[in-house]
Design a protein around this ligand. Structure first.
Ligand code: ZN
Length: 310
Protein backbone atom coordinates (compact mmCIF):
# COMPACT_ATOMS: atom_id res chain seq x y z
CA UNK A 1 0.00 0.00 0.00
CA UNK A 2 2.61 2.53 1.06
CA UNK A 3 4.89 1.43 -1.79
CA UNK A 4 2.18 2.17 -4.36
CA UNK A 5 1.53 5.55 -2.79
CA UNK A 6 5.22 6.46 -3.00
CA UNK A 7 5.32 5.39 -6.63
CA UNK A 8 2.40 7.70 -7.41
CA UNK A 9 4.11 10.63 -5.67
CA UNK A 10 7.36 9.99 -7.52
CA UNK A 11 5.83 9.93 -10.98
CA UNK A 12 5.52 13.70 -11.59
CA UNK A 13 9.09 14.15 -10.39
CA UNK A 14 10.31 11.42 -12.74
CA UNK A 15 8.52 13.13 -15.62
CA UNK A 16 10.09 16.48 -14.73
CA UNK A 17 13.54 14.87 -14.68
CA UNK A 18 12.86 13.24 -18.04
CA UNK A 19 11.80 16.59 -19.45
CA UNK A 20 14.90 18.26 -18.05
CA UNK A 21 17.16 15.53 -19.45
CA UNK A 22 15.58 15.83 -22.89
CA UNK A 23 15.98 19.62 -22.68
CA UNK A 24 19.70 19.14 -21.92
CA UNK A 25 19.85 16.70 -24.80
CA UNK A 26 18.53 19.12 -27.39
CA UNK A 27 20.95 21.84 -26.24
CA UNK A 28 23.82 19.35 -26.39
CA UNK A 29 23.03 18.06 -29.87
CA UNK A 30 22.51 21.58 -31.23
CA UNK A 31 26.03 22.48 -30.07
CA UNK A 32 27.36 19.18 -31.40
CA UNK A 33 25.88 19.58 -34.89
CA UNK A 34 27.34 23.06 -35.37
CA UNK A 35 30.86 22.16 -34.23
CA UNK A 36 31.14 18.50 -35.23
CA UNK A 37 30.63 15.27 -33.32
CA UNK A 38 34.26 15.02 -32.14
CA UNK A 39 33.88 18.26 -30.16
CA UNK A 40 30.73 16.91 -28.57
CA UNK A 41 32.34 13.69 -27.37
CA UNK A 42 35.49 15.44 -26.10
CA UNK A 43 33.31 17.75 -23.97
CA UNK A 44 32.12 14.85 -21.83
CA UNK A 45 33.87 15.08 -18.47
CA UNK A 46 35.54 11.87 -17.29
CA UNK A 47 34.63 11.54 -13.59
CA UNK A 48 35.80 8.96 -11.07
CA UNK A 49 34.01 8.72 -7.73
CA UNK A 50 35.58 6.73 -4.90
CA UNK A 51 32.07 5.75 -3.69
CA UNK A 52 28.94 5.14 -5.75
CA UNK A 53 26.71 7.59 -3.84
CA UNK A 54 29.01 10.43 -4.92
CA UNK A 55 29.03 8.91 -8.41
CA UNK A 56 25.25 8.91 -8.49
CA UNK A 57 25.07 12.53 -7.35
CA UNK A 58 27.57 13.65 -10.04
CA UNK A 59 25.58 11.72 -12.66
CA UNK A 60 22.43 13.59 -11.66
CA UNK A 61 24.25 16.95 -11.69
CA UNK A 62 26.22 16.40 -14.89
CA UNK A 63 23.64 14.50 -16.95
CA UNK A 64 24.84 13.79 -20.50
CA UNK A 65 27.95 15.87 -19.97
CA UNK A 66 29.69 13.48 -17.60
CA UNK A 67 30.90 9.89 -17.79
CA UNK A 68 31.06 8.56 -14.23
CA UNK A 69 32.91 5.53 -12.88
CA UNK A 70 32.36 4.60 -9.24
CA UNK A 71 34.92 2.42 -7.47
CA UNK A 72 33.13 1.30 -4.28
CA UNK A 73 29.71 0.00 -5.31
CA UNK A 74 29.22 -3.39 -3.62
CA UNK A 75 26.86 -3.06 -0.63
CA UNK A 76 28.05 -6.45 0.66
CA UNK A 77 31.70 -5.45 1.12
CA UNK A 78 33.01 -3.41 4.07
CA UNK A 79 34.27 -0.16 2.46
CA UNK A 80 36.52 0.52 5.45
CA UNK A 81 38.52 -2.57 4.44
CA UNK A 82 38.78 -1.80 0.70
CA UNK A 83 42.10 -2.26 -1.13
CA UNK A 84 42.59 -0.91 -4.64
CA UNK A 85 43.92 -2.87 -7.62
CA UNK A 86 45.64 -2.19 -10.96
CA UNK A 87 42.35 -1.65 -12.80
CA UNK A 88 41.30 0.99 -10.26
CA UNK A 89 44.67 2.72 -10.66
CA UNK A 90 44.17 2.93 -14.45
CA UNK A 91 40.65 4.26 -14.06
CA UNK A 92 41.78 6.96 -11.64
CA UNK A 93 44.75 7.94 -13.83
CA UNK A 94 42.42 8.84 -16.71
CA UNK A 95 40.03 11.00 -14.65
CA UNK A 96 39.56 14.75 -15.13
CA UNK A 97 37.45 15.07 -12.00
CA UNK A 98 37.81 12.86 -8.91
CA UNK A 99 35.46 12.80 -5.93
CA UNK A 100 36.47 11.08 -2.75
CA UNK A 101 35.11 11.29 0.76
CA UNK A 102 38.50 11.75 2.52
CA UNK A 103 38.53 12.14 6.32
CA UNK A 104 40.34 8.78 6.49
CA UNK A 105 37.55 6.89 4.71
CA UNK A 106 39.31 6.29 1.38
CA UNK A 107 43.04 6.88 1.82
CA UNK A 108 43.59 4.38 -1.02
CA UNK A 109 42.33 7.05 -3.44
CA UNK A 110 44.94 9.57 -2.28
CA UNK A 111 47.65 6.97 -2.90
CA UNK A 112 46.36 6.34 -6.43
CA UNK A 113 46.18 10.08 -7.15
CA UNK A 114 49.74 10.72 -6.00
CA UNK A 115 50.89 7.78 -8.15
CA UNK A 116 49.51 9.53 -11.26
CA UNK A 117 50.07 13.30 -10.88
CA UNK A 118 47.92 15.53 -13.14
CA UNK A 119 47.79 19.26 -12.51
CA UNK A 120 44.64 19.65 -14.64
CA UNK A 121 42.65 17.14 -12.63
CA UNK A 122 40.16 18.52 -10.10
CA UNK A 123 39.80 16.73 -6.76
CA UNK A 124 36.75 17.24 -4.54
CA UNK A 125 36.69 15.93 -0.97
CA UNK A 126 33.21 15.32 0.44
CA UNK A 127 34.26 15.31 4.09
CA UNK A 128 36.25 18.55 3.75
CA UNK A 129 33.35 20.23 1.89
CA UNK A 130 30.66 19.21 4.39
CA UNK A 131 29.64 21.84 6.94
CA UNK A 132 28.14 19.39 9.46
CA UNK A 133 30.83 17.03 10.77
CA UNK A 134 30.72 14.79 13.82
CA UNK A 135 33.88 13.96 15.80
CA UNK A 136 35.59 10.70 14.82
CA UNK A 137 32.98 10.08 12.13
CA UNK A 138 33.66 10.45 8.41
CA UNK A 139 30.23 9.37 7.08
CA UNK A 140 29.15 12.94 6.15
CA UNK A 141 26.97 11.87 3.17
CA UNK A 142 24.37 10.51 5.59
CA UNK A 143 23.45 14.11 6.40
CA UNK A 144 21.14 15.57 3.75
CA UNK A 145 22.26 19.18 4.36
CA UNK A 146 25.86 18.10 3.75
CA UNK A 147 24.82 16.52 0.46
CA UNK A 148 23.23 19.78 -0.67
CA UNK A 149 26.50 21.60 0.12
CA UNK A 150 28.58 18.94 -1.66
CA UNK A 151 26.25 19.09 -4.70
CA UNK A 152 26.86 22.85 -4.91
CA UNK A 153 30.64 22.26 -4.83
CA UNK A 154 30.38 19.54 -7.50
CA UNK A 155 28.41 21.93 -9.72
CA UNK A 156 31.05 24.64 -9.29
CA UNK A 157 33.72 22.17 -10.45
CA UNK A 158 31.65 20.92 -13.41
CA UNK A 159 31.29 24.55 -14.52
CA UNK A 160 35.07 25.01 -14.34
CA UNK A 161 35.61 21.89 -16.47
CA UNK A 162 32.86 22.67 -19.01
CA UNK A 163 31.92 26.36 -18.82
CA UNK A 164 29.89 26.16 -22.07
CA UNK A 165 27.27 24.10 -20.25
CA UNK A 166 27.23 26.14 -17.02
CA UNK A 167 23.53 26.99 -17.26
CA UNK A 168 22.62 23.31 -17.67
CA UNK A 169 24.62 22.45 -14.55
CA UNK A 170 22.89 25.26 -12.64
CA UNK A 171 19.48 23.92 -13.68
CA UNK A 172 20.45 20.38 -12.73
CA UNK A 173 21.56 21.63 -9.30
CA UNK A 174 18.19 23.29 -8.73
CA UNK A 175 16.41 20.05 -9.66
CA UNK A 176 18.72 18.09 -7.38
CA UNK A 177 18.09 20.40 -4.43
CA UNK A 178 14.32 20.11 -4.99
CA UNK A 179 14.65 16.32 -5.03
CA UNK A 180 16.16 16.44 -1.53
CA UNK A 181 12.99 18.05 -0.14
CA UNK A 182 11.09 14.75 0.37
CA UNK A 183 14.05 13.61 2.48
CA UNK A 184 13.94 16.79 4.57
CA UNK A 185 10.18 16.36 4.98
CA UNK A 186 10.60 12.75 6.07
CA UNK A 187 13.21 13.81 8.65
CA UNK A 188 10.84 16.46 10.06
CA UNK A 189 7.98 13.94 10.13
CA UNK A 190 9.97 11.27 12.01
CA UNK A 191 11.43 13.88 14.36
CA UNK A 192 7.99 15.27 15.24
CA UNK A 193 6.68 11.80 16.11
CA UNK A 194 9.68 10.00 17.58
CA UNK A 195 12.12 12.58 18.93
CA UNK A 196 13.77 11.28 22.09
CA UNK A 197 13.15 7.59 21.29
CA UNK A 198 16.06 5.48 22.59
CA UNK A 199 17.75 3.47 19.81
CA UNK A 200 20.87 1.36 19.30
CA UNK A 201 23.42 1.71 16.46
CA UNK A 202 26.00 -0.90 15.47
CA UNK A 203 28.26 1.65 13.75
CA UNK A 204 28.81 5.43 13.72
CA UNK A 205 27.36 5.99 10.25
CA UNK A 206 23.79 6.52 11.39
CA UNK A 207 24.70 9.24 13.91
CA UNK A 208 24.48 11.60 10.91
CA UNK A 209 20.75 10.91 10.67
CA UNK A 210 19.97 9.97 14.28
CA UNK A 211 20.87 13.51 15.38
CA UNK A 212 18.63 15.39 12.89
CA UNK A 213 15.88 12.84 13.69
CA UNK A 214 16.21 13.62 17.41
CA UNK A 215 16.75 9.94 18.28
CA UNK A 216 18.47 9.15 21.56
CA UNK A 217 21.40 6.86 20.71
CA UNK A 218 22.27 4.70 23.73
CA UNK A 219 24.95 2.38 22.28
CA UNK A 220 28.39 3.38 23.62
CA UNK A 221 30.24 5.47 21.01
CA UNK A 222 33.42 3.43 21.50
CA UNK A 223 31.53 0.30 20.44
CA UNK A 224 30.26 1.97 17.25
CA UNK A 225 33.67 3.45 16.49
CA UNK A 226 35.43 0.08 16.87
CA UNK A 227 33.00 -1.37 14.31
CA UNK A 228 33.84 1.44 11.85
CA UNK A 229 37.57 0.89 12.33
CA UNK A 230 37.44 -2.90 12.20
CA UNK A 231 38.74 -3.19 15.79
CA UNK A 232 37.55 -5.29 18.70
CA UNK A 233 35.17 -3.18 20.81
CA UNK A 234 36.12 -2.58 24.48
CA UNK A 235 34.65 -5.43 26.58
CA UNK A 236 32.59 -3.14 28.83
CA UNK A 237 30.91 -1.53 25.79
CA UNK A 238 29.87 -4.98 24.52
CA UNK A 239 28.24 -5.75 27.87
CA UNK A 240 26.47 -2.37 27.93
CA UNK A 241 25.19 -2.67 24.34
CA UNK A 242 23.89 -6.17 25.03
CA UNK A 243 22.20 -5.23 28.31
CA UNK A 244 20.46 -2.34 26.54
CA UNK A 245 18.80 -4.95 24.34
CA UNK A 246 18.05 -7.56 26.98
CA UNK A 247 16.55 -4.91 29.27
CA UNK A 248 14.56 -3.33 26.39
CA UNK A 249 16.24 0.05 26.90
CA UNK A 250 16.40 0.56 23.13
CA UNK A 251 13.26 0.45 20.95
CA UNK A 252 14.98 -0.16 17.60
CA UNK A 253 18.41 -1.46 16.56
CA UNK A 254 19.81 0.33 13.48
CA UNK A 255 22.17 -2.17 11.93
CA UNK A 256 25.01 -1.40 9.48
CA UNK A 257 24.92 -4.40 7.14
CA UNK A 258 28.34 -3.55 5.70
CA UNK A 259 30.35 -3.61 8.92
CA UNK A 260 29.30 -6.97 10.30
CA UNK A 261 31.39 -8.62 13.03
CA UNK A 262 30.59 -11.32 15.62
CA UNK A 263 29.77 -8.47 18.04
CA UNK A 264 27.17 -6.90 15.74
CA UNK A 265 25.72 -10.29 14.80
CA UNK A 266 25.20 -11.04 18.47
CA UNK A 267 23.39 -7.73 18.97
CA UNK A 268 21.20 -8.47 15.96
CA UNK A 269 20.32 -11.97 17.18
CA UNK A 270 19.59 -10.73 20.69
CA UNK A 271 17.39 -7.92 19.34
CA UNK A 272 15.38 -10.35 17.23
CA UNK A 273 15.01 -12.69 20.23
CA UNK A 274 13.64 -9.75 22.26
CA UNK A 275 11.29 -8.65 19.44
CA UNK A 276 13.19 -5.37 19.04
CA UNK A 277 12.94 -4.28 15.38
CA UNK A 278 16.23 -4.36 13.43
CA UNK A 279 16.57 -1.69 10.72
CA UNK A 280 19.32 -2.46 8.17
CA UNK A 281 21.34 0.39 6.63
CA UNK A 282 24.26 0.32 4.19
CA UNK A 283 27.36 2.49 3.67
CA UNK A 284 27.31 2.11 -0.10
CA UNK A 285 24.26 2.74 -2.30
CA UNK A 286 22.55 -0.56 -3.27
CA UNK A 287 22.05 -1.35 -7.00
CA UNK A 288 19.04 0.20 -8.71
CA UNK A 289 18.77 3.15 -6.32
CA UNK A 290 19.56 6.83 -6.41
CA UNK A 291 21.01 8.67 -3.43
CA UNK A 292 17.52 10.02 -2.74
CA UNK A 293 15.58 6.75 -3.08
CA UNK A 294 18.20 4.91 -1.00
CA UNK A 295 17.94 7.38 1.89
CA UNK A 296 14.15 7.69 1.66
CA UNK A 297 13.62 3.91 1.60
CA UNK A 298 15.84 3.47 4.66
CA UNK A 299 14.02 6.23 6.52
CA UNK A 300 10.64 4.69 5.62
CA UNK A 301 11.84 1.35 7.02
CA UNK A 302 13.00 3.10 10.19
CA UNK A 303 9.67 4.93 10.52
CA UNK A 304 7.75 1.65 10.18
CA UNK A 305 9.94 0.08 12.87
CA UNK A 306 9.38 3.06 15.19
CA UNK A 307 5.62 2.81 14.59
CA UNK A 308 5.68 -0.80 15.75
CA UNK A 309 7.19 0.22 19.09
CA UNK A 310 4.36 2.66 19.92
ZN1 ZN B 1 31.38 3.08 8.26
Amino acid sequence: MSIHWRAVIRLPFALTVLFLLSACDSTGSATGSSSGSSTQSSSIINVVAAENFYGNIVSQLGGKHVKVTSILSDPNVDPHEYESNVQTAKTVASAQFVIENSGGYDDWMDKLLSASPNSNRILLKGFDTATFRLPGNEHVWYNVDNVATIAQAITNDLKKLDSANASIFDNNLQMFKQSLQPLQQKISEIKSKYSGTPVGLTETIYLYQAQPLGLNVLTPFEFQKAMAQGNDPPADTVVTADNQIKQHQIKVLIYNKQTVTPSTTKLENDARAQNIPVVPVTETMPPGKTYQSWMLDQMNTLEQALQRTK
